[in-house]
Design a protein around this ligand. Structure first.
Ligand code: F0G
Length: 455
């Protein structure tokens, strides 16, 4: 088989400043070893997130010029709505400025004290929006998801048995809806199978509980179904996407991922009463229902992005580039979460750095070293992010990972070869890495602003 090439050529370039190790060592010290505090221009390869970082196509840039900025009744909304409905045939489509705004509105309606909202794994903003209303967010991933080294084709699946047990135990009146995150970002970017979506939907509907997909990476999930699930190899991604959404009653979406846009999102649903309430809330914080916190030109970019993201040449390249990085790291012996997910490679810092205890933040130590050594910026997902408890104590997170999230259509294979070299070189010197301590932290969400020092 021939090399899977980037299915595009480059029309505009953005220069990267080729910093030296000495410069980076100084800059990260000035940033108190917090990668969120760095100027982005001081990063060589930025793998902090795949969200809002995609490169737009020439068709998207052209579509921006057609943006109609009318307060009400913009034709850009019509094009956006049609593009969304082609994939996700829900009755009501409500644009928001990004995914979490859709979550905020949905849970303001459905949440509240005493309510419990299950998911395979809630993303942090989803969990925070649920808990903010006084409701409880519960993660019910399959057992296999707890073992980073264990291979499973659909490690994002939900434990259907535990879901049914939860609904029975609480009674459906306490479960206003069930979520399913496709792909499961917090669980390593792992896909959910069609069989699992169907089974979750059956359980939900037996008890009258609506099912909502957190659809951020729906196209990547659909492509994994095509590659891995029996019976789907010859189905088009468009058909697979439509089938995925046919089992759901609504979705929240961040267009910053599989919308191939730099901003945007939506809430889509079938229930008319909820849609009415959602539009009222939308006007309070986002805007009128035909723009919802976005410019008309953003709606145009998303409409085109949704056509491009289900292109199978694009998806083949997209999934291949993530797998490529993962495969080379595995071959070099670097411990990573397996199998490799859709949008990111997750390095297992706890396994790589056994001499650094979790409360000395192995993930942070590794992320800092990747930056100093090669200018690669990843993101700690571990004890820094989750270790501080609401009672003020601190305990190790379930895992200490560093996520290398790959922006869509931004980097080439040689950029990825460079990333692999940087990770492998750091891995080879792993015994020299030192633990870290926090010298200052805010009361909540400490990972964004905490200050660190070496032990
Ligand atoms: N759901 C999932 C699964 C996500 O990954 C994100 C964002 C959101 C919801 C919220 O969407 O950012 O548009 O408000 N994830 C980004 C990330 C931030 O880096 O993984 P948003």
């Amino acid at each position: 088989m021939k090399t899977i090439i980037e299915p595009f050529r480059i029309k505009t370039v953005e220069p990267i400043y080729m910093s030296s190790r000495e410069e980076r060592a100084r800059w990260i010290e000035e940033a108190y070893y917090n990668l969120f505090a760095l100027d982005a221009e001081r990063v060589l390869i930025d793998l902090l997130t795949d969200s809002g970082t995609a490169a737009m196509s020439s068709r998207q840039w052209a579509a921006l010029m057609q943006g109609d900025e009318s307060y009400a009744g913009s034709p850009s909304f019509d094009r956006f709505e049609e593009a969304v409905r082609r994939l996700m045939p829900f009755r009501f489509i409500i644009p928001t400025h990004q995914g979490r705004a859709a979550e905020k509105i949905l849970f303001s309606i459905a949440g509240g004290p005493g309510k419990v909202i299950p998911s395979n794994t809630h993303f942090d903003t989803t969990r925070a929006n649920i808990e903010f209303t006084g409701a409880e967010a519960v993660d019910l991933p399959i057992e296999e998801a707890s073992y980073p080294e264990l291979e499973h084709p659909f490690k994002g699946n939900m434990d259907v048995g535990r879901l049914e047990e939860l609904i029975r135990r609480l009674g459906p009146e306490r479960v206003p809806l069930c979520m399913l995150t496709v792909t499961n970002n917090s669980g390593g970017g792992q896909p959910v199978s069609m069989a699992n979506i169907r089974a979750v939907s059956e359980v939900c509907h037996r008890y009258g509980v609506p099912l909502f997909l957190d659809a951020c990476r729906f196209a990547e999930n659909a492509y994994f179904i095509k590659l891995r699930e029996p019976g789907y190899a010859d189905r088009s991604v468009l058909e697979i996407v439509r089938e995925m959404f046919s089992y759901a009653d609504g979705c929240t979406m961040s267009a910053k991922k599989d919308g191939l846009a730099n901003i945007g999102g939506w809430l889509a649903l079938n229930d008319e009463a909820w849609a009415q309430q959602a539009r009222t809330l939308l006007i309070l914080t986002e805007g009128f229902p035909t723009y919802g916190g976005l410019a008309g030109r953003d709606l145009e970019a998303i409409a085109v992005g949704l056509e491009e993201v289900i292109d199978e040449d694009y998806l083949r390249y997209r999934i291949a580039s993530t797998q490529y990085v993962g495969r080379h790291l595995i071959e070099a012996g670097v411990p990573i979460v397996r199998p490799v997910g859709g949008h990111a490679v997750y390095l297992d810092a706890r396994a790589m750095l056994p001499h650094i205890p979790p409360l000395q933040y192995p993930g942070q130590a590794l992320a800092v070293e990747l930056y100093v050594h090669g200018g690669v910026r990843g993101c700690e997902i571990g004890t820094v992010m989750f270790g501080r408890q609401s009672d003020g104590s601190e305990k190790p997170a379930r895992m200490d990972l560093v996520r290398l999230a790959i922006p869509r259509r931004v980097y080439t294979q040689s950029h990825m070869d460079y990333v692999i070299e940087v990770v492998v070189e750091v891995y080879e010197r792993r015994h020299q890495l030192r633990g870290m301590r926090i010298v200052w932290e805010p009361p909540v969400l400490r990972h964004f602003t905490a200050r660190f020092a070496y032990r």
